[in-house]
Design a protein. Structure first.
Length: 278
């Protein structure tokens, strides 16, 4: 059986290094050396200087690998060359160079950190975090219709502040079909309306359109934008600005639902007063 003497003694050296210098190996690997860089560097320290073949043999690796590892150590200024091929030798620099290498790396990393800090705020503004509110904007007539169509995805009764006078002016002909489709889907709604003739006329179809209406004095509480609260969403339709907004946030929707419930109690009281006067 043929035994490659170079590989055998390389293996013996590797075992010796690993047994005697385990702490050195672990520390060098910890600060950024690869496994083969450690073997080659320690071999070269023991030799002082040597050719690629001599160093590779002592480190227990093949010559091509030894050449690439030495080149890597040279870029780190831990190794320098002496002479030219074919008698070129590699010389180990003082181990003090390791501290200089790490100091340079720290300085470089600090420069990277400084530059990163400049752009982190901008990156944060772009970051789509799961718990961060999602806000969508839709413009024009089509945008307003789009936000209303989204309310038809609701899995619960809708809570709404609305003014039918402005609704039918902004989207003429849209709402009769919308009300029909919402009711057909079984999505009910509680709505707070200013007490106007348009609101009174609409409320006559409350039962058919699965709606419960509470009227409030128009002279005190007339509002134009509509707000719908459903699931984890808050929809805002600004009639004058022709702008639809959907805020998707469980926390914001929950807070708005609580505010609505408070408003609903007072709206029902005012509704009763208005009906008693009429």
């Amino acid at each position: 059986m043929f035994i490659d003497i170079d590989k055998f003694w390389g293996f013996v050296y590797t075992v010796k290094i690993m047994m005697q210098n385990l702490r050195l190996i672990k520390t060098l690997e910890f600060i950024g050396f690869s496994e083969k860089e450690v073997l080659v560097y320690l071999a070269l320290l023991e030799l002082g200087k040597g050719t690629v073949t001599e160093i590779s043999r002592k480190a227990g690796i093949n010559r091509p690998t030894g050449y690439h590892v030495l080149a890597s150590l040279e870029t780190k200024e831990l190794v320098r060359t002496s002479g030219k091929e074919p008698k070129q030798e590699f010389v180990a620099e003082s181990p003090d160079q390791i501290e200089k290498l790490l100091t340079k790396k720290i300085e470089s990393d600090q420069a990277f950190i400084k530059e990163a800090r400049k752009i982190i705020p901008e990156l944060k503004s772009m970051h789509n975090v799961a718990d961060r509110p999602k806000v969508l904007f839709y413009e024009g007539k089509e945008g307003l219709e789009k936000v209303y169509e989204d309310t038809l995805t609701s899995h619960e009764p809708i809570r709404a502040y609305a003014t039918y006078d402005d609704m039918q002016v902004a989207l003429p002909g849209y709402f009769p079909d919308y009300f029909y489709r919402r009711a057909k889907k079984g999505i009910s709604i509680r709505a707070i309306f200013p007490y106007t003739q348009a609101g009174i006329d609409l409320s006559k179809d409350d039962e058919i359109q699965k709606r419960e209406t509470a009227m409030i004095p128009a002279d005190k509480y007339y509002f134009s934008p509509e707000i719908n609260i459903y699931d984890n969403k808050v929809m805002i339709a600004s009639w004058k600005e022709k702008l639809g907004i959907i805020i998707e946030s469980a926390e914001i929707a929950d807070a708005m639902k609580k505010v609505f419930e408070l408003s609903w109690v007072e709206a029902k009281r005012l509704d009763s007063e208005l009906k008693n006067k009429s």
